[in-house]
Design a binder for this molecule. Structure first.
Ligand code: CP3
Length: 340
C-alpha cells in the first residue's frame, strides 16, 4: 500500500495525520549511513545508484518518515556543467576554479541530465521500485548554486557573489541564466525518471535584501517552476533564513513554501494564502528532553492548524551529531499528536 499522505498535504487536501520528513534525513547522523560512507568518498557515493538507493531508504525504514528524498547533492549538476568539484573532509565542497568572468562561464556547458547525470535518474528509477512513500527529487536554487561557483565553495559573507551582483550585474545575470537552464532541465529529467515532488533548496538566499532577492534571485526560481508546470508535480521552494522574503517567495509559483524556524508558522500561514507550508522546528530543538520536544511539536501543530496543507519538517537540515533516537521521538510524536 502506498502512503500518499505527503502528496495530499502538498496539494492542500485533508490527511488523517500530518506527514513528516526531515531535510538531510539521509546522512551522517545515521550510523547506517556512516557504514556505507566508510567504504567510498562522498562523490563516489553520489555516483553509485545502488548505494544511493540504500542510504535514501535508511530514514524511511529506520525512522518511519512519510517521504523519501533522493540521495545526491545540489552541486552534482554544477560539476556536470564542467566545474571541477571536490569535497574535502571537514571543509565541505570546493570548486578550485571559481567562475568570476565571462570566459570562465562560457567554458561551462548546459549538460544533458540523462547523459551527464544519468546516475541520478537511475537512482530515482530504482528507488521508485522499492518505495512505499513518495519520492522527493531536488535541486539547488540558482542563487545558492551561483554562490558556490562564484565563491569557489562555502562562504559566510558572500563577498565575491555580492561584489559581482553590484559591480558586474550583467555577468551575474549571465551566470544565473546558465544555471537556471541547467537546473530546469535537471528537474524535468527527475520528473520524467519518476520523482513525485520536487524541492528547490535556496540555502543562502536569506543574505539578500528583499529588493535584491526580487531582482537577482526570484525571477530565476519563477522560470524553473513555470517550466515544471507540465509535470503536474508539487513543487516545494525552501528559502532558508527567508522570513523577510515570504511575501516575495509566495510569487515563486511553488505549491509548498518551506519555512525555517526563525518565523512563527502561524504568521507565515497568514501570508502564503492557499499554499501549503513545510516546516519548521529548529533542528537543534531535537535535543530537547522528550516531554519538552513533544510539547514543542504540539505547539507547532496548533500553530499550523489553519494551513492549506502542512508538512512537518525541521527548519533546516538535521545536524550530524543528532542522536537518531531523538529524531525518532519527534517523528512518532508528530504522527501521534496530529492523528485526526
Ligand atoms: O537526505 C537528504 O536530504 C538528501 C541528500 C542531500 C545531501 N545534500 C547529502 C549530503 C541533500 C538534499 C543535500 C543538499 C545540499 N547540499 C544543500 C541544500 C540543503 C542545505 O543543507 O541547505 C547544500 C547547501 C549542499 C552543499 C553541501 N553538501 C555542503 C555545504 C556539504 C558539506 C557540509 C555538510 O553538511 O557536510 C555537503 C556534503 C553532503 N551532502 C553530505 C551529505 C550527506 C555530507 C557528506 C559526507 O558524507 O561527508
Amino acid at each position: 500500500m502506498m502512503n500518499d499522505t505527503f502528496l495530499k498535504a502538498c496539494r492542500g487536501e485533508k490527511t488523517s495525520y500530518t506527514p513528516i520528513w526531515m531535510m538531510r534525513q539521509a546522512g551522517r547522523y545515521l550510523p547506517e549511513y556512516q557504514k556505507v560512507r566508510g567504504k567510498v568518498t562522498f562523490l563516489e557515493l553520489c555516483k553509485s545508484p545502488e548505494l544511493c538507493v540504500e542510504v535514501s531508504l535508511q530514514p524511511v525504514d529506520i525512522l518511519g518518515v512519510d517521504a523519501a528524498i533522493l540521495f545526491s547533492d545540489i552541486l552534482i549538476p554544477m560539476e556536470a556543467m564542467g566545474a571541477p568539484l571536490t569535497f574535502s573532509e571537514g571543509h565541505g565542497p570546493i570548486f578550485p576554479e571559481p567562475i568570476r568572468n565571462q570566459a570562465a562561464l562560457d567554458r561551462l556547458i548546459v549538460p544533458d541530465p540523462d547523459v551527464h547525470t544519468g546516475f541520478v535518474m537511475e537512482t530515482i528509477r530504482l528507488l521508485r521500485k522499492e518505495l512505499k512513500v513518495p519520492l522527493i527529487g531536488f535541486s539547488g536554487a540558482p542563487f545558492t548554486l551561483a554562490t558556490y561557483l562564484i565563491e569557489g565553495g562555502s562562504s559566510k559573507v558572500f563577498w565575491e557573489t555580492k561584489k559581482m551582483m553590484f559591480t558586474q550585474p550583467e555577468l551575474f545575470h549571465n551566470i544565473m541564466e546558465k544555471i537556471t537552464e541547467c537546473t530546469s532541465l535537471y528537474l524535468q529529467a527527475q520528473a520524467k525518471a519518476g520523482a513525485q515532488a520536487l524541492q528547490i533548496f535556496d540555502s543562502w538566499v536569506g543574505v539578500l535584501a528583499p529588493c535584491d532577492f526580487k531582482e537577482f534571485a526570484l525571477p530565476y526560481v519563477q522560470r524553473i517552476i513555470s517550466d515544471l508546470q507540465d509535470t503536474g508535480l508539487p513543487i516545494i521552494y525552501f528559502a532558508n533564513n527567508g522570513a523577510t522574503l515570504v511575501d516575495l517567495s509566495v510569487q515563486s509559483g511553488a505549491d509548498v513554501l518551506g519555512l525555517d524556524w526563525r518565523i512563527n508558522i502561524g504568521d507565515a500561514i497568514k501570508k502564503v494564502g492557499n499554499k501549503a507550508v513545510q516546516g519548521n522546528i529548529d533542528p537543534f530543538a531535537l535535543m530537547l528532553p522528550k516531554d519538552k520536544l513533544r510539547q514543542r511539536i504540539q505547539n507547532l501543530l496548533d500553530g499550523a492548524k489553519d494551513a492549506h496543507g502542512h508538512i512537518f519538517n525541521l527548519g533546516h537540515g538535521i545536524h550530524q551529531f543528532t542522536p537518531p533516537d531523538q529524531a525518532k521521538i519527534a517523528i512518532d510524536a508528530v504522527h501521534e499528536l496530529s492523528a485526526r
